[in-house]
Ligand binder design. Structure first.
Ligand SMILES: [Zn+2]
Ligand SMILES: [Zn+2]
Length: 173
C-alpha cells in the first residue's frame, strides 16, 4: 500500500484513539479509488461528503473539489499566518468535538493537534495550559474536576510547532 500522508498539523492523525481514519474498502468520493483508509468525520461543505481518503485531504484535492473545510474555526484567540490557517482548513483532518473544532495557534503558526485529554493526562503540564483555560472563560477548578478524555467535558491538547508550548482547548456538550 502507499505510504500514508503526513499531516504537519495533525501528526497523530492515524492513531486509532483519535478516531479520524479507519481501515476500509469504501471508495473515496474524491479520487474514486479504494485506497484502504476512510475519513470518519464529515467535512464542512454543502454536500455530505463521507469516507474521503487521507491522500485527497492531504493534497487539497477534496477541499478544492467539494469546497470543503475540515475545521470549524482556526485560531480565534491568536493571530497566525494565513498559510497556516489555510493548511488547517483545507488540508488537515479535523478532530471529534462537541461544539466544532477551535484549532489553536501560537507563535504566528497553527499548533499541532496532539490528542483528546482528561485532567489526569495533563496534570503534569497543568501550569503550562491553565492560562488557556482562563482565557477561554472556564473556571479552572471546574475544569480540573470534570475534564475527561471521554466525557461531557473534553480537552483538546495542542502543541506549538515553533516553541513547543502546549495549549489546551476545552469543550462541553
Ligand atoms: Zn481520495
Ligand atoms: Zn509557540
Amino acid at each position: 500500500m502507499e505510504a500514508l500522508p503526513h499531516f504537519p498539523y495533525s501528526p497523530n492523525a492515524f492513531k486509532p484513539e483519535l478516531g479520524l481514519f479507519e481501515a476500509s474498502e469504501i471508495e473515496c468520493p474524491c479520487c474514486k479509488k479504494v485506497r484502504g483508509y476512510s475519513y470518519q468525520l464529515t467535512p464542512y461543505c454543502e454536500k455530505d461528503i463521507d469516507n474521503l481518503c487521507p491522500w485527497c485531504i492531504a493534497d487539497g484535492k477534496a477541499s478544492e473539489k467539494f469546497e470543503a473545510s475540515f475545521s470549524q474555526d482556526v485560531s480565534r484567540d491568536q493571530p497566525i499566518a494565513v498559510e497556516a490557517s489555510e493548511q488547517v482548513y483545507a488540508r488537515t483532518p479535523g478532530y471529534i468535538s462537541w461544539q466544532g473544532e477551535n484549532w489553536l495557534g501560537h507563535c504566528n503558526d497553527a499548533c499541532a493537534f496532539i490528542e483528546y485529554v482528561g485532567f489526569d493526562d495533563i496534570a503534569h503540564i497543568w501550569e503550562e495550559v491553565e492560562g488557556d483555560i482562563e482565557l477561554a472563560g472556564w473556571d479552572k477548578e471546574i475544569v480540573k474536576e470534570n475534564l475527561q478524555k471521554e466525557g461531557n467535558m473534553v480537552g483538546y491538547l495542542f502543541r506549538c510547532r515553533q516553541c513547543g508550548k502546549h495549549r489546551l482547548s476545552v469543550d462541553c456538550d
